[in-house]
Design a protein around this ligand. Structure first.
Ligand SMILES: Nc1ncnc2c1ncn2[C@@H]1O[C@H](COP(=O)(O)OP(=O)(O)OP(=O)(O)O)[C@@H](O)[C@H]1O
Length: 466
């Protein structure tokens, strides 16, 4: 079962059908589904699929040669290519007449065994490949490597790329397709723990209860997910301890730069260097009120990956108990029924995903150009206020409140939202209220009587994008 990725597959097809040379750079965090996406796209096409490994240059070239020879059915007595240069030229010759896909997966490993591959490839593109029908896909997980060494202006490959795809985790609506047998609430809970990384979503079996999966697939020291975050950080970062402290500080509620640096005992300038790497890895994100510039002093940081966020809020602090095989007890007594706040935060993101999807289909009252959150001072009440979601169109604004509670949402929530929306300049305002468990009668009646209020439940959202 292959889920989602419609945008990427459609774009790849369009480029493929142009039948000319392409150099496509694909990157994204580990386990996000890059290889699977490429495999799905390449199915039934003339493809050489090479996966880089941590070998020395000689072994790398040998493996690359074997892959090419097998593809072209060259017999075992054919000498191996003497260099990557001759190997690329050989493929280029073949691709002059026939559409050929060459995938270089795990490209950073290829480069680590031979730094000159970048310039060899550049030279080949400029002199040989550019006039062929080669469809080259360069793929890698190390986001910093791909952005700095392949995409940036410092890279020999700069200017050779014809398209790039940064592969993100699946959104809520695609992620929950992994949990066919779950109730909507369990789908939501599972997504709030695992996020949208397919490899993590695959760990839960929706034929088993949510609690069973939590206890056996996360709160068990032998489980894949239990070790994942620590291993990933070690793989991606040189000094994982400081990074871990930063993520822990954010998970614990520190969201401003000075709060984070105080908590971890580092200077703000040093902390901001570490934060930059975590931003690059898409583990944390920077938030500013939608009305402010991106360098606003009101900048906050939060963990944008649900799994990291859950792990540092509800797993990391119980490591020693889980190591003593008390994971089930910890989950039942300390976590289950207590991670409601986390779900509330994730619910807000889901509502944003919902609005983005509706916006793409032009199904909102107007086209939104900018979607975000707002917080700021209420000068009348002399206190801080926030609006969960604000969407700016050309001359219209959408304001949304997201309520993840068991109670039905009433009219007072609408009134508060209208009051707060007055803090932002808007000619024409539209209101959306999202609720886990529906709305009371008076609010439902109001929705019928005014035309700028829309009420949406979790069930409605899920049904719309099933
Ligand atoms: N869209 C999808 N639908 C269903 N399963 C998927 C999807 N994407 C990925 N998977 C599954 O998730 C797992 C991880 O995916 P994949 O190996 O493609 O990730 P990756 O980004 O290439 O990882 P890495 O960077 O670690 O090599 C695989 O089992 C894959 O089949």
């Amino acid at each position: 079962m292959f889920i989602g990725r419609d945008y990427e597959i459609n774009k790849l097809y369009k480029l493929y059908n142009e039948n000319k040379f392409e150099c496509i750079v694909m990157y994204g965090r580990r386990r996000v589904g890059k290889t699977r996406l490429i495999t799905e796209f390449c199915r039934g096409k003339n493809t050489i699929f090479y996966v880089g490994e941590e070998h020395n240059d000689k072994l790398s070239l040998k493996k690359f040669s074997i892959q090419i020879m097998e593809h072209y059915n060259l017999n075992e007595f054919t000498p191996e290519f003497e260099s990557f240069d001759t190997a690329f030229r050989f493929i280029g010759e073949k691709a002059k007449t026939k559409r050929t896909i060459l995938v270089l997966d795990e490209f950073p490993y290829m480069v680590s065994s031979n730094k000159s591959i970048l310039s060899i490839l550049q030279n080949n593109i400029d002199h040989h490949l550019i006039n062929t029908k080669l469809f080259l896909i360069i793929c890698g997980s190390s986001i910093s490597f791909m952005e700095n060494e392949v995409l940036s202006h410092k890279s020999p490959l700069f200017g050779r790329r014809t398209a790039q795809f940064m592969i993100s985790p699946l959104d809520f609506f695609d992620s929950i397709k992994f949990f066919k047998n779950y109730s909507n609430e369990d789908k939501m809970k599972s997504y709030s723990v695992l996020g949208g990384v397919p490899q993590y979503l695959l760990q839960f079996d929706s034929n088993k209860s949510f609690d069973y999966n939590m206890i056996n697939k996360l709160y068990d020291k032998s489980s894949y997910l239990y070790m994942e975050v620590e291993l990933l950080l070690k793989q991606e970062l040189v000094n994982p301890i400081v990074y871990k402290s930063i993520i822990e500080a954010i998970a614990d509620g520190s969201s401003k730069l000075n709060e984070i640096s105080t908590k971890i005992g580092e200077t703000t300038s040093k902390t901001s260097i570490y934060i930059k790497s975590l931003l690059e890895l898409k583990i944390i994100q920077k938030l500013v009120p939608i009305t402010e510039k991106s360098n606003s002093r009101k900048t906050l940081y939060n963990i944008c990956d649900n799994f990291y966020s859950f792990y540092y809020k509800y797993v990391a602090k119980y490591i020693s108990a889980i190591e003593q095989e008390m994971g089930e007890y910890i989950y039942i007594e300390k976590v289950n029924h207590k991670f409601y706040e986390h779900q509330g935060y994730v619910f807000e993101e889901i509502c944003k995903d919902y609005l983005s999807r509706k916006n793409k289909k032009s199904e909102l009252p107007f086209i939104i150009f900018k979607l975000g959150k707002w917080w700021g001072n209420n000068p009348i009440k002399k206190k801080q206020e926030e609006i969960d979601i604000v969407g700016f169109g050309e001359d219209k604004t959408l304001f949304a409140e997201c309520k993840y509670t068991n109670e039905k949402v009433g009219i007072s929530i609408y009134e508060k939202l209208v009051e707060r929306s007055n803090l932002i300049n808007s000619k024409d305002s539209y209101y959306y209220i999202f609720s886990k468990n529906g709305f009371n009668e008076s609010l439902l009646k109001l929705e019928k009587n005014i035309n700028n209020l829309t009420l949406v439940t979790l069930d409605i959202m899920i049904k719309e994008f099933e």
